[in-house]
Design a protein around this ligand. Structure first.
Ligand code: NAI
Length: 336
């Protein structure tokens, strides 16, 4: 049996509860992972006076694969976002957020099956904000040709590998003529190398309206960082909310898999958090390391539990605890 070394960031709030659930399910399917548990965020500041301590960075550099639970970031003040810092440090330029309907979860649309590919390193997340004079802030939206072509290439390669038919590009190039204009031109250039994949250009405001009216028309969508951040949460809403959505941050040498929701401080420590988002991110991680069959089995077991809807956490309308939900998935592993 193969063994894997993976860095684990248990995060804040509900993080430790949902990582325990996911680790239990992975152990139950028979994949041996040596979790290297490291600190980041508030706990790391308390212990090492650093958001991302050297030990954590060294572990990620060595293992190259991370499972990460949500980490609290102060809003409008305080230390910088760990997520943004990690993405920048390890050049995790592609954020993948698939949205597909789940069994047993009723939503307004039953035929959603799209993937957001978000550029993960630039835009307003480059952290270039300053007060140029009293009460006047300049915030720079950074877009480079290099990063734009890189993410568009990634999106088209993703479409080919995953048997997708279309890659659409999302911008606001009618207003941001230089920055989004260059992103759009990069997409047009890259798309010529993939003649079998259909193309489509759409402005972000129109996209939002179309997504809440007829989401099934979309396939793979590639976009700059800020639009991707916002639109991917909208898409999570289409399939049942943040608690069930998964994501991966991929670079050329490293990958971080994480749930998209936050630390849920309102329910932390109560044992009722839904681990589905992190579990589905772990399924993406297992696919990435080549454990495709077992990844599929975990997904099938999860879908079976969701379909039966007997043991669900309260955010999905059930009464079960995280532990009961987890045990039900583990039980199903032997039947799927
Ligand atoms: P949140 O996602 O933590 O919570 C929003 C609502 O969804 C709450 O009612 C919460 O109970 C519920 N919820 C979220 N995940 C759930 C789960 N797995 N099971 C059941 N219910 C769940 O968003 P909020 O309150 O805006 O952020 C709280 C903290 O999380 C902030 O410090 C924020 O910076 C951080 N955060 C971290 C992220 C990350 O590390 N990737 C992403 C988003 C937020």
């Amino acid at each position: 049996m193969s063994e894997y070394n993976i860095t684990l960031l248990k995060g804040d709030g509900i993080g430790p509860e949902i990582t325990e659930s996911v680790a239990d399910i992975i152990e139950a399917i028979g994949i041996k992972i040596n979790w290297d548990v490291c600190l980041a965020g508030k706990e790391a500041i308390e212990k090492y006076q650093e958001v991302l301590p050297k030990k954590t960075l060294e572990s990620i550099e060595k293992n190259r694969i991370v499972l990460k639970a949500p980490i609290a970031t102060p809003i409008g003040f305080g230390f910088p976002s760990v997520n943004v810092a990690l993405r920048r440090h390890f050049d995790l330029y592609a954020n993948i957020r698939p949205s597909k309907n789940l069994p047993g979860i009723k939503t307004p649309f039953s035929d959603v099956n799209l993937v957001i590919i978000r550029e993960n390193t630039e835009d307003i997340y480059a952290g270039m904000e300053k007060e140029v004079e009293k009460d006047t802030i300049h915030g720079i939206k950074l877009i480079t040709r290099f990063a734009s072509e890189r993410i568009c290439n990634f999106a088209f390669r993703y479409a080919v590998k995953n048997n997708r038919n279309e890659v659409g590009v999302v911008t606001k190039a009618n207003i941001s003529k230089l920055a989004d204009g260059m992103f759009l031109n990069s997409y047009r250039k890259v798309s010529k190398n993939y003649p079998a994949i259909k193309t489509r250009e759409i402005l972000v405001d129109n996209l939002c309206m179309q997504l809440v009216q007829n989401p099934s028309q979309f396939d793979v969508l590639v976009m700059p960082n800020l639009y991707g951040d916002i639109v991917s949460d909208l898409c999570a809403g289409l399939i049942g909310g943040l608690g069930v959505a998964q994501s991966a941050n991929i670079g050329d040498n490293c990958a971080i898999f994480e749930a998209v929701h936050g630390t849920a401080p309102d329910i932390a420590g109560k044992g009722i958090a839904n681990p589905t988002g992190l579990l589905r991110s772990a399924v993406m991680m297992l696919d990435y390391i080549g454990e495709n069959k077992k990844a599929k089995k975990i997904e099938d077991a999860l879908f079976e539990v969701l379909k039966e809807s007997k043991k669900l956490t309260s955010d999905l309308g059930g009464k079960s605890s995280t532990k009961e939900f987890t045990n039900e998935i583990i039980k199903k592993l032997s039947t799927v």
